[in-house]
Structure formats: structure tokens, C-alpha cells
Design a binder for this molecule. Structure first.
Ligand code: HGY
Ligand code: MN
Ligand code: MN
Length: 424
């Protein structure tokens, strides 16, 4: 092995072809992907990955929330695995690279190790986390959340999509598709975790850098607000007698957004879903449910702004009852020195342009960071566009990200003592 590197054995064409093949599962009409968690498309995509894994002699496992693990054995199988991976589920009319790159770059690392017959002490596993996007089932990062805290398995099993189908019954479909795949309990020791992902923002492209060394991920607070009015006839009920759940909701949302954005320019405050019942033009809406996805890099702002949501709803309820339910929250993640420094060292050795960046998007790595040394490698995406069919990347950038990932994982998986040695 030339100076502890297998980067030259990363095959960029093979990696690109696998992205194109994965994009055939749940293609959307404008060249993107709609592969929602635990749908047939998601299951079929995972089956294809399992086929690729079987051809290379890698083992595949599933856990109780449907996380899938592709394992290449280490010379010491009792050591906790060095883990990489991401997600294969997408947003509706999403892109072909969000999540997919992290899974396929991880798989490419296993293939490069296999092609060079490189033995690593630690086993290496590529994780496919269930329902990272939180589009079909809320909240997102569900699989890695449960992996980091198995007590969340039951509540997450009960989460339902807008057609009332539960995670639990959807998982049954997944397990049916993998009848002989060994099952694992949720959560096990992990030595370290490195996730490759497209930046989903404009910085790397603007700064003309290929590798993003991710320093952290902003925190999130997610709420579901239920507004209860009184259903009535659109033509007969006078204004003063109405309890119009839509009128109350739009006032609440407008005031919430004004307040949140006035608090701090880095606030991200999104109402992405509004459900109106009975959703009929000639009926005064009796019920509205809307989601809040609130994010910020500082805990104090997450607390101050998030704690005002209830009060602002009360000030704009227009005679309706309402309930604010906090569904999930993640504190800001700071990827401590070890992994980011290793990513920087490897990028330098591979003579790739690089810079440290902070992640506005959420990732499964935020949950793994609670269990072990963790970090992320970003590559640029065109105009920073993501969660959009137009999401696009340069194949060479995917190859560069996979090359860095390969040598970072090699360093983590070959060396045992220095992994925990203090950096000078
Ligand atoms: O919403 C997110 O940040 C992630 O891309 N699902
Ligand atoms: Mn993602
Ligand atoms: Mn995403």
C-alpha cells in the first residue's frame, strides 16, 4: 500500500454508474428521485445494493427500525466497526445525490479495499439509515435517532404517514423483501463514523473548493401545531360567529415567521406542510395541522425562539383552540477535532482543495456523534440546489469525496491505538 492509501483504487466511473442505476428506483418526471422511506422504490433500491454487496462477499444486516448495514469483515471481528453511510430515501421530487452519495461512496470504499485486498483490523460497515428525510414519516433521521437511543424504537414505530400507514407496518414490507437477511437489535458499539454528503449549499462551489471538512451541524426543533375551529357553511356563517381554523393558522404562521426572522439572520424557520380538514371549498375549515421546522446553530436561540411559539399561537388563535406538540429536537452538533483533522490531513495528502464548512442541513451523523468520534466530508453541488430535481454534481467531485473517504476510513480501521491517542 503506497503510504497507507487506497485512494487511487477508487473507481470514479463505477461510482457514477451506481448513482445512475440507483436513480432508476423511484425516478421523478423531471430527472430527479421520489423514493420515500419504506416504499416499494426504497425497498427495491436497497435490494439492489444488497445484490451488489452479495457479489463482493460483503454481509448485509437489518435492525429493528430497518437500518441496513453492509459489512466487510476485519482481521479482528470483535472490534467495533468503523462506520460510514447515509440514506437512500429522498424527498418528494428530490435529487439523485442527497444521501445516495454517502451510501455509494461508502460502498465504493469497500470495493476499493476488496480490489486491493487490503485487510483492516476493524470491520467496516456502510449504513443505510431508515427515513432520514422525514418526508413520509416524521421526524427525519429516524433510523439513526433510534440507533443512538433504542428507547425511541416504539414511539417511532407508531409514527404514521398522511395515509395513516405506520412505520411498523411499512417495516413489515421491508422485512418481507429480505427474508434471509440476519436481523440485529438496534444500537451497537461503533468505533467511529464518517459520512460523505453533497453540501446542499453554495459555499464550496463559490469558493472553488472540492472537499468540505464539516465542523458541525445546526440544531433543530420540530413542532406539529393542531388548530381546532368549528366546521360550518361558507355561505351562511357570519364573520363574528366563525371559528375558522385556516384564518387562525395563517395569522399564527405569519406572526411566527416575523418573530423568528427578526430574532437572528441565521434563523431557518419553515412551515412545509399544512393539512386542512375537511379541505372543501364551501366548508369553513374545522381543523388545520401545520409543521414547523426551526433551525439555528446556537442553543440559546433555539430555546428563546422555540419557547415563544406557544405564546404567539395563543395571540393569534382567533377563537380557535390549538395545541403545539414538539416532535423532535437535536442540539447543535460540533464535530470535535479528530475526524475533521483526519479529513483535512488526507485531503492535503491527496492535494485536493478544501475548506472547513458548517452544515445547515441535518444529517444522520448528528446522531452518531453522540456515540463515537464522527465527522462529514462534503462535496460541491451545482448552485447549492438540493431537495429539488435539479440537484446536480460533477462526477469528478464524487470521486474526490470517495477518495478522501477511503483513506480516512483506512486510517481509522487499520490503526487501533492511535485512534484514541491525543492529537499533538
Ligand atoms: O432536512 C434536512 O436537513 C435533511 O436534508 N433531511
Ligand atoms: Mn441527506
Ligand atoms: Mn435531504
Amino acid at each position: 500500500l503506497k503510504n497507507n492509501s487506497i485512494a487511487s483504487s477508487v473507481d470514479g466511473d463505477r461510482l457514477w454508474q451506481r448513482h445512475l442505476e440507483m436513480a432508476t428506483f423511484g425516478p421523478s418526471e423531471n430527472g430527479g428521485s421520489t423514493r420515500l422511506a419504506l416504499t416499494k422504490e426504497d425497498i427495491d433500491g436497497r435490494l439492489r445494493l444488497a445484490e451488489w454487496a452479495a457479489k463482493r462477499g460483503f454481509k448485509v444486516f437489518l435492525d429493528g427500525i430497518g437500518n441496513m448495514f453492509v459489512r466487510r469483515e476485519g482481521t479482528n471481528p470483535t472490534l467495533p466497526p468503523v462506520m460510514t453511510g447515509s440514506h437512500l430515501d429522498t424527498q418528494p421530487q428530490g435529487g439523485r445525490f442527497d444521501g445516495v452519495f454517502g451510501v455509494l461512496a461508502g460502498f465504493e470504499v469497500l470495493e476499493a479495499l476488496e480490489d486491493t485486498r487490503t485487510a483492516t483490523q476493524h470491520p467496516i460497515e456502510v449504513a443505510v439509515w431508515t427515513n432520514e428525510e422525514g418526508a413520509r414519516f416524521w421526524p427525519g433521521c429516524m433510523g439513526s435517532k433510534v440507533f443512538a437511543d433504542p428507547n425511541k424504537l416504539q414511539p417511532m414505530h407508531a409514527s404514521k404517514d398522511i395515509n395513516g400507514i405506520s412505520v411498523h407496518s411499512s417495516l413489515a414490507q421491508l422485512f418481507l423483501a429480505f427474508p434471509t437477511t440476519p436481523r440485529r437489535a438496534v444500537g451497537f458499539p461503533v468505533a467511529s463514523y464518517v459520512e460523505a454528503h453533497i453540501e446542499q449549499g453554495p459555499i464550496l462551489e463559490a469558493e472553488k473548493k472540492i472537499i468540505g471538512i464539516v465542523t458541525g451541524i445546526q440544531g433543530t426543533r420540530r413542532f406539529r401545531v393542531e388548530v381546532e375551529g368549528f366546521q360550518g357553511h361558507a355561505g351562511t356563517v357570519p364573520a363574528e360567529l366563525r371559528k375558522d381554523a385556516v384564518r387562525a393558522s395563517v395569522n399564527m404562521i405569519a406572526k411566527l415567521q416575523d418573530f423568528a426572522y427578526a430574532a437572528d439572520s441565521r434563523v431557518r424557520f419553515t412551515v412545509g406542510r399544512i393539512l386542512v380538514e375537511p379541505n372543501a371549498p364551501a366548508v369553513i375549515p374545522g381543523r388545520v395541522t401545520f409543521t414547523i421546522d426551526f433551525r439555528h446553530p446556537e442553543l440559546s436561540v433555539l430555546n428563546e425562539v422555540g419557547d415563544q411559539i406557544e405564546t404567539i399561537c395563543a395571540q393569534n388563535a382567533a377563537g380557535c383552540k390549538f395545541k403545539v406538540n414538539e416532535i423532535a429536537r437535536t442540539n447543535p452538533t460540533d464535530f470535535k477535532g479528530l475526524i475533521p483533522d483526519l479529513i483535512e490531513d488526507v485531503s492535503q495528502k491527496l492535494q485536493l482543495s478544501r475548506m472547513r464548512v458548517y452544515s445547515g442541513a441535518g444529517h444522520d451523523a448528528e446522531n452518531l456523534a453522540m456515540l463515537c468520534p464522527a465527522g462529514m466530508i462534503f462535496v460541491p453541488c451545482e448552485n447549492g440546489i438540493s431537495h429539488n430535481e435539479k440537484e446536480n454534481v460533477e462526477p469528478d467531485h464524487l470521486k474526490a469525496g470517495a477518495r478522501v473517504l477511503a483513506d480516512v476510513i483506512l486510517a481509522l480501521a487499520k490503526l487501533v491505538e492511535p485512534l484514541y491517542a491525543k492529537r499533538d
